[in-house]
Design a protein around this ligand. Structure first.
Ligand code: NAI
Length: 491
């Protein structure tokens, strides 16, 4: 029987120690009878050798061939051209859904464990879009912007991945966290798509929850949640909040799921302060390995190892980062304790189900021959109806408005609104609104029924740019007759 192939990157700092510990456990549980791991070179050594990608050509070829990567933490060089490999990998390979499981573990004392409140939920975070495109510009002396992009197909992918996982895990209810009350278009789209995709999973209940309320509710009653799906930045923050509920980042596994390539990794870093000392806790990487086993259908081995880990923790075996320091075990002794408990029944903890053995497999589409264009709305009719021009100016609203009206006099457009930091100041506004040197000036067609291309809008911008620095430009469009732009606060 041929084995399923997986790329293995031990990483930097404590990476090799925790990876060895995890591989020993996987081996003892019989996982290596079904999976073959290929070690690849990634991380600090590759950066130091002058490769700003932080991974060798061979590593890239192996990851692309296997479609699965099990990785330890990797250091990102501070300064210089090197970018975080962890972030680059997820984006480059389209690993669009970050899956993290947060559960109370026996022997790991938290506020909730002491109160007898069980914590067991998943956070599914969109991994590619949002402000994580890092598209930033300094627009004026005083203002910088970061573009926050949310796409319909990007949202669909992460919602579908969440619902599929929920169904596989027997999760009954999925929440969508958002801020659609303020970001009506971007978070509104993410939320709309959640409800649309949910229709394909009628067996799963849904609820949406505003992100700030979600944070409070997760702290007050984490037991009310089974799975929450979130946009990238909100998901990033909620993930760490959730890690705090179960005892810290050392206990939180993470999977990055894509159509072609999926990455399973510990969420903590390289811990240079304890590297090479046999002190590191391998739990996060081991739990990530269990997510990987379940991803490829090795439910029996995953269940057996998870129960052995739970029993080890319940028996009070622990590394130095939690529990009584005087009785702490080293990384290798901790792994040995897990191995000794493989196949044992748990004590008080109910443990997890151990299904029958199944041969591992993973569904993977053909290797694409060109970059895939993902789309959701293909039949939309859009038409330009005006433009928002962004100007650098320290003039007062009324004075700037006079200039704008004069400059647009003999064009198809009329000035309809001006705002500063999103708050309307013309045609009306409050004298108490403080302004910065960055104005949004909105022009709309005088005759809304008129059909036009982009040309007249660009001509208007050119005319204004002769007198004022235009720092940004956004066409205003209708999509199937519906406004494709937000109104200013107070408009
Ligand atoms: P860190 O997570 O490496 O360390 C923070 C603290 O937690 C340290 O005191 C460390 O000893 C402790 N710690 C972390 N993991 C532990 C474990 N498994 N067992 C016991 N103690 C543990 O975060 P830091 O110091 O901010 O980052 C160090 C390096 O790691 C940086 O180069 C950073 O870029 C990289 N990093 C890599 C990540 C990844 O590969 N996914 C994630 C986060 C950071």
């Amino acid at each position: 029987m041929s084995k399923l192939r997986i790329a293995l990157a031990p990483g930097d700092g404590i990476g090799p120690e925790v990876t060895r510990a995890c591989m020993d456990v996987l081996d003892a549980a019989g996982v290596l009878d079904h999976l073959e791991f290929f070690e690849v070179e990634m991380g600090e050594r590759v950066f130091a050798a002058g490769d700003s990608r932080g991974m060798s050509d061979e590593a890239i070829a192996t990851i692309e061939e296997t479609g699965l990567l099990y990785k330890g933490p990797m250091g990102t060089p501070i300064g210089g051209g090197g970018k975080s490999i962890n972030v680059s990998l997820r984006k480059m390979y389209g690993a669009f859904a970050n899956v993290r499981h947060f559960q109370s573990l026996p022997g790991v004392e938290t506020v909730y464990s002491k109160a007898g409140v069980p914590v067991d939920f998943y956070v599914i975070r969109e991994n590619i879009e949002d402000t994580y495109g890092g598209i930033e510009h300094r627009l004026t002396n005083d203002v910088v912007e970061c573009k926050r992009l949310i796409s319909a197909p990007g949202s669909d992918q992460v919602h579908r991945a969440a619902f599929r996982l929920a169904r596989r895990l027997g999760i009954e209810k999925v929440h969508c966290g958002h801020k659609a009350n303020i970001m009506k278009m971007s978070d509104g789209l993410f939320l709309d798509r959640f409800h649309v995709i949910a229709k394909d999973f009628p067996d799963i209940a849904t609820e949406d929850v505003i992100i700030d309320a979600l944070c409070m509710k997760l702290v007050l009653a984490p037991q009310d949640y089974q799975m929450v799906v979130l946009t990238n930045l909100q998901g990033d923050i909620v993930s760490d909040l959730a890690a705090g509920l179960v005892g810290g980042l050392g206990f939180a596994p993470s999977a990055n799921i894509g159509n072609h390539i999926s990455i399973f990794e510990a969420v903590h870093g390289t811990a240079p302060d304890i590297a090479g000392q046999d002190k590191a806790n391998p739990t996060s990487l081991l739990l990530s390995g269990l997510m990987m086993l379940r991803h490829v259908g090795m439910l029996k081995q995953a269940g057996t190892i998870e129960n052995a880990l739970l029993k080890t923790l319940e028996d009070g075996v622990h590394t130095g980062d939690f529990g009584d320091r005087a009785t702490a075990s080293g990384t290798s002794a901790f792994a040995k304790a897990i191995i000794e408990r493989l196949g044992q029944w748990l004590g008080e903890h109910p443990g997890v189900a151990v299904p029958e053995e199944d041969s591992p497999s993973v569904e993977r589409p053909e290797r694409p021959t060109t970059n895939t264009l993902i789309r959701t709305f293909t039949q939309v009719r859009s038409r330009p109806v005006g433009a928002d021009l962004y100007l650098e100016s320290t003039l007062a609203a009324t004075e700037l408005a006079q200039h704008m009206k004069r400059l647009s006099e003999d064009t198809p457009f009329e000035l309809t609104m001006m705002s500063n930091r999103g708050t309307q100041l013309w045609p009306s506004g409050s004298i108490y609104t403080e302004c910065v040197d960055y104005w949004r000036v909105r022009f709309e067609l005088r005759d809304r029924s008129r059909e036009m291309g982009q040309g007249p809008v660009v001509a208007l911008m050119n005319k204004i740019a002769e007198k004022f620095p235009v720092v940004d430009f956004q066409p205003l469009k209708e999509f199937d007759g519906r406004r494709g732009y937000s109104l200013a606060q107070g408009q």
